[in-house]
Write a protein that binds this ligand. Structure first.
Ligand code: NDP
Length: 392
């Protein structure tokens, strides 16, 4: 029996992971964690016979305890309990908590030598070098779960990273891809919250429309595959059939194709290094008929230029970028700033942070990363508020 845990079990990636786990009879679920969706966490813990269910919120402890009373499933609550659950013995964990809260359990699991399937983008963007060092120290493996990174990872099997000329991540272009530039300033959260191909939550869907999501993925690829900024490109590909392309120095290009279903990269990480049958739709290229590609327009997607600046700076820049884009997104969703204001808020926050502390100074610990996150959120809030007041 393989012991597995799912952090963020009640979310979109967590649910897809549970769907795959339910089809197997060789796994024992150690821990499931969730946030405020106590009913779903309890239901999943019972269905998967988990040993421990943890909610990240202390005030959810009693409802969770009541929902699991008589089942024999242990219950815990609070961010400390979520992090501690990462220490519980497991062979494989899914790291799919959203936001900076996902960092601590991932670090804890790596410290135990556990294989971590990493969906939580914030981990690599804010603390990439620390995370990789933790894995190396404890002989732990990190497997990418983001579909583009899983695609690159698969294209690199048996290859030498030194022979890679470029890695290209594809992007659908998001819900506003075909809007004229001059209309973008008037885009509402509802407009930006519609994705042409993937079914995801509101925040990540808006991040797709602005390409802040792709910018995060570019930084993730830079950290995970140890590639310099100039070797990572983005191509708009509306059909979302090709997830990534790896070009080698001999002119060969390996492309990874598949239907847009997160259960593929999750399943690959679960079965790695083997492949196993997965219940995902099969790609029908004849039916699709055509695959289109285009260079992204940086006037439309300034987040991509910011990602380049973040990679060149290194150090604290990733953590500042992530925190600032979260705050900018909060303000856009609250209709305080426009869709086009989000990138300038992030850029101003990076500048302001850099004016006080060198951006290139690398955080030395997880505590440092969280302190940078807090400070960058404060600065970004002030920047966004100032733009709102100016009506800029
Ligand atoms: P969701 O918002 O659907 O789920 C997030 C999960 O985290 C839920 O279980 C939620 O609990 C839990 N959670 C929320 N806040 C906290 C907190 N403060 N502490 C602990 N747990 C918390 O996110 P997704 O599944 O979409 O994404 C998860 C991660 O994976 C993100 O980093 C995302 O960028 C990345 N990712 C997502 C992809 C996708 O297709 N959705 C693709 C690739 C990467 P509850 O719901 O109970 O409150």
């Amino acid at each position: 029996m393989r012991r597995v845990s799912v952090f963020g079990a009640t979310g979109s990636v967590g649910e897809s992971t549970l769907d795959l786990l339910a089809r197997r009879d060789d796994v024992q679920v150690a821990v499931l964690t969730g946030g405020r969706n106590v009913a779903r966490l309890a239901e999943a813990a019972i269905a998967h016979r988990a040993e421990l269910a943890v909610t990240a919120f202390e005030d959810c402890y009693i409802p969770l305890k009541e929902a699991l009373s008589g089942t024999g499933i242990e219950v815990a609550a609070g961010p400390g309990a979520v992090a501690e659950a990462g220490l519980r013995p497991a062979d494989w964990i899914m790291s799919a908590i959203i936001g900076a809260a996902g960092l601590a359990p991932g670090f804890a699991a790596l410290s135990q030598g556990t294989t971590v399937a990493l969906a939580n983008k914030e981990s690599l963007v804010t603390a990439g070098p620390l995370l990789l060092a933790e894995a190396a120290t404890h002989g732990a493996t990190i497997l990418p779960v983001d579909s583009e990174h899983s695609a690159v990872f698969q294209a690199l099997v048996g290859e030498d990273i030194a022979a890679v000329e470029t890695v290209t991540l594809t992007a659908s272009g998001g819900g506003l891809r075909d809007w004229p530039l001059d209309r973008l300033a008037r885009a509402t959260p509802e407009d930006a919250g519609k994705h042409p191909n993937w079914a995801m939550g509101q925040r990540i869907t808006i991040d797709s429309a602005s390409m802040f999501n792709k910018a995060m993925e570019v930084i993730e690829a830079h950290e995970f595959f140890d590639l310099p900024a100039e070797k990572i490109a983005v191509l708009i590909h509306p059909q979302s059939a090709v997830h990534a392309l790896v070009a080698f120095t001999d002119g060969a290009v390996m492309a990874h194709l598949g239907a847009p279903d997160m259960r593929h990269p999750i399943g690959y990480a679960l079965n790695w290094p083997a492949r196993a049958d997965l219940p995902v739709a099969r790609l029908d290229l004849a039916r699709m008929g055509r695959l289109d590609f285009a260079e992204p327009d940086l006037r439309r997607y300034p987040a991509l230029a910011l990602a380049q600046a973040v990679m060149r700076s290194g150090g604290a820049a990733g953590a500042v970028f992530n925190a600032a884009k979260e705050i900018a997104l909060d303000h856009f969703i609250a209709r305080n700033i426009s869709f086009l204001d989000m990138a300038p808020v992030v850029e101003d926050t990076l500048d302001r942070f850099g004016a006080v502390a060198p951006l290139a100074r690398a955080p030395a610990s997880l505590a440092d990363v969280l302190a940078i996150d807090t400070e960058a959120r404060r600065l970004a809030g002030a920047v966004a508020q100032a733009r709102r007041s100016r009506g800029a």
